[in-house]
Ligand binder design. Structure first.
Ligand SMILES: Nc1nc2c(c(=O)[nH]1)N[C@H]1C(S)=C(S)[C@@H](COP(=O)(O)O)O[C@H]1N2
Ligand SMILES: [Mo]
Length: 222
C-alpha cells in the first residue's frame, strides 16, 4: 500500500496522467490476485500459529469423564461415552477455520465423528429448527440446526493425527468450520435442539446469531 502510493504520487507529480492510470489499474489487479481466495473479508492468515481463545480456564477433563449428549426436540435423547463415541464411524475435516478476532488458518485436519451420525441416532423432531451447543464448562453457542447437518459439523478428538490438546478443547470439541470459530464449542458436552433461537455466551454479548465469515457476520446487526 505505501509503496504503491508513493509510486503513484511520483508519477502524478511528473504530470504523466495516462501512466498513473495504468499503474493504478495494474496495482489493483495485482493486489486482488495476491489475496488468497480462501481468506474471508477482514481476515488474515495465521499460518503456523494457532491462538487459544477461551473464556474459561482449561478444564481437567479425562476422556473417562467426557460424555456427549443430544437432547431436546429429538425422538430419542441419547448420551455417548468416550468409548461409545469412538465406536461410531470415523470422519474427518480438512479445510480452513476462521476466528472472529480475524485470524484464519488454512488446511487444518481434525478427526472424529460427523455430527450427522449423532443426530441421526437421536432423530430430530420436525419442530426442531435451532440448537444450543453446550460445554462441560458451561460455555454455550447457538446455531440454526441446518448449520449442524449435511456433513458440515463434527465432534472431534484429533488434530493433525494427534489427540486434541486440552487448551484447544480436548478431549473433544465441536467444529462447525463454515461459521466463525466461536460456534465450535470446546470441551463439548451436548447439543439441545429447540424450536426457536436461543443466544449463547458470545451471542448474548453482542455477537452475531449465525456468524458466517463470508458475509462478515461478526456482531449483531452485521
Ligand atoms: N468452551 C469454549 N469453547 C470455545 C470458546 C470458549 O471460550 N469456550 N471460544 C470460542 C472461540 S471465540 C474460538 S475462536 C474458538 C477458539 O478455539 P481455539 O482456542 O482452539 O483456537 O473456540 C470457541 N469455542
Ligand atoms: Mo473466536
Amino acid at each position: 500500500m505505501t509503496g504503491t502510493g508513493v509510486t503513484g504520487t511520483g508519477v502524478t507529480g511528473t504530470g504523466v496522467a495516462g501512466v498513473t492510470g495504468v499503474t493504478r489499474g495494474f496495482t489493483g489487479r495485482a493486489r486482488a490476485a495476491d489475496r488468497d481466495p480462501r481468506l474471508p473479508p477482514g481476515q488474515y492468515d495465521a499460518r503456523d500459529s494457532w491462538p487459544v481463545l477461551s473464556a474459561e480456564v482449561t478444564p481437567e477433563l479425562p476422556p473417562a469423564d467426557w460424555s456427549f449428549r443430544i437432547e431436546g426436540l429429538v425422538a430419542d435423547a441419547q448420551t455417548w461415552s468416550w468409548d461409545e463415541a469412538h465406536a461410531l464411524p470415523a470422519a474427518s475435516y480438512e479445510g480452513d477455520i476462521h476466528c472472529v478476532t480475524s485470524w484464519s488458518k488454512f488446511g487444518v485436519r481434525f478427526g472424529g465423528v460427523s455430527l450427522d451420525t449423532f443426530l441421526d441416532a437421536a432423530g430430530p423432531l420436525p419442530t426442531a429448527t435451532h440448537a444450543v451447543a453446550y460445554s462441560h464448562t458451561g460455555y454455550t453457542a447457538n446455531l440454526p440446526l441446518e448449520d449442524l447437518t449435511g456433513g458440515r459439523a463434527w465432534i472431534v478428538w484429533e488434530y493433525d493425527g494427534e489427540p486434541l490438546p486440552p487448551e484447544h478443547g480436548g478431549p473433544a470439541r465441536l467444529i462447525v468450520p463454515h461459521l466463525y470459530f466461536w460456534k465450535s464449542a470446546k470441551w463439548i458436552a451436548g447439543i439441545t435442539l429447540l424450536d426457536h433461537d436461543a443466544p449463547g455466551f458470545w451471542e448474548q454479548n453482542g455477537y452475531h446469531h449465525r456468524g458466517n465469515p463470508w458475509e462478515e457476520q461478526r456482531y449483531s446487526g452485521d
